[in-house]
Ligand binder design. Structure first.
Ligand code: COA
Length: 373
């Protein structure tokens, strides 16, 4: 029997704090009018010091799991796509795995900047279709506010924080992820980067003093690349799915700039009412922008069963990609008692993690004392 990888649920989480263009006017030489006319952004959510990429990812994953029949120990794979991971290592996905008590899941991070969510969904879908796993949680999560230079008006007005997650499950019903195009061009790596903090330029007093741990961007070149590749990748993904552009009900583009999205839509000859756009309220949340836009469109009833969607993104690397998804009603009734029990399991997961840490320390102590004897 052929297997298909369906998106059965999605969830999102954004920080409470909203940062408006007027707030930015007080920090850098910019205006509300300039930001809106050049980018379409009115406001963005900004993480508090306590909120991190992993905490937002965990909240989005729990929201996505809630309506599904999956308990934490049923989850088999967790992929976090992020440009702002919690650490170089361990992977943010492992922190999420521990937070939600997914004791049987493999977990890893995927780094492809803003295109990361599309690449990660494709990896999970392929693993499901191959039969190696039955389900996965894919998360895009970012705290870009922590790597933005708040004195650089070219970049600080663009980005926001947030997380979005998809639950993917195997099914014999045709649909789900129908096609995916994944592309990259490393020769454009310098157009959008965080130069320092990796092995090529480790952290020193100089790298900190010269702001090399923050986002550096050639905005005009990124703009040109994005408008060129978004339309091409969309066309290719639609063709691989053996569909026509007219068969696509909605396009969900990476939310980087309203003008980039409008230019791509014009080039595809797709009217704007078939394009999802929420950049005005979130800014560019990198890997989180597409799943957040899908969650909102779902909540607003804009996505119906049997709809064909295109998700299309681009970002640092350079990377870009597009995928076609057929949404098929797979809703399963989950009793409120089961949901309540599951929420209790999530609380238990935190306790289990604490106990494991204490036991590991004790074991280490006992081992080092006995090995000295
Ligand atoms: N407020 C006021 N003026 C600003 C400004 C701001 N926040 N940021 C830049 N400017 C100025 C520039 O300094 C420049 O001034 P100059 O002509 O005196 O040098 C002027 O505005 C125009 O700059 P330009 O680069 O032509 O603007 P633009 O119309 O291309 O818009 C971006 C700039 C960054 C909004 C646009 O290039 C863009 O969105 N690029 C893609 C970025 C992106 O999506 N990155 C993430 C990819 S995942």
């Amino acid at each position: 029997m052929k297997r298909y990888a369906h998106i059965t649920s999605c969830g999102m989480a954004v920080p409470e704090r909203v940062f408006t263009n007027q707030d930015l006017e007080k920090m850098v030489d910019t205006t509300d009018e300039w930001i809106i006319s050049r980018t379409g952004i009115h406001e963005r959510h900004i993480a508090s010091p306590q909120e991190t990429t992993a905490s937002l990812a965990t909240a989005a994953a729990l929201n996505a799991l809630d309506p599904t029949p999956l308990d934490p120990d049923d989850v088999q794979l967790i992929i976090v796509a992020s440009a702002t991971p919690e650490h170089i290592f361990p992977a943010t996905a492992c922190i999420v795995q521990d937070n939600i008590g997914a004791v049987n899941a493999g977990a890893f991070d995927l780094s492809a900047a803003c295109t990361g969510f599309i690449f990660a969904v494709n990896m999970a879908a392929q693993a499901i279709r191959s039969g190696s796993i039955d389900n996965a949680i894919v998360i895009g999560s970012e705290t870009l506010s922590k790597i933005v230079n708040w004195e650089d008006r070219n970049t600080c007005v663009l980005f926001g924080d947030g997380a979005g997650a998809f639950v993917l499950q195997a099914s014999e019903i045709p649909g789900g992820v129908l096609s995916c195009v994944m592309r990259s061009d490393g020769s454009g790596g310098d157009l959008l980067s965080v130069p320092a903090g990796g092995s090529q330029m480790p952290t020193t007093m100089e790298t900190v003093a010269h702001n090399l741990h923050t986002i550096q961007m050639n905005g005009r070149e990124v703009f040109r690349f994005a408008t060129r590749e978004m339309a091409a990748a969309t066309r290719e993904a639609v063709a691989i799915a053996q569909l026509q552009l007219d068969d696509i009900n909605l396009i969900v583009p990476h939310q980087a700039n309203r003008r980039i999205i409008e230019t791509a839509a014009r080039s595809l000859r797709v009217p704007m009412d078939r394009i999802i756009m929420n950049i005005d309220r979130y800014g560019n949340t990198s890997t989180a922008s597409i799943p957040i836009a899908v969650c909102e469109a779902m909540d607003e009833g804009r996505i119906q069963s049997e709809d064909n969607l295109v998700l299309v993104g681009f970002g640092a690397g350079l990377t870009w990609g597009a995928m076609v998804i057929r949404c098929v009603e797979t809703e399963v009734y989950v009793a409120p008692t089961r949901r309540a029990r599951r929420r209790f399991l999530f609380v238990l997961a935190r306790l289990r993690s604490f106990v494991r840490r204490v036991l590991r320390k004790l074991e280490g102590l006992i081992w080092s004392t006995s090995s000295k004897k």
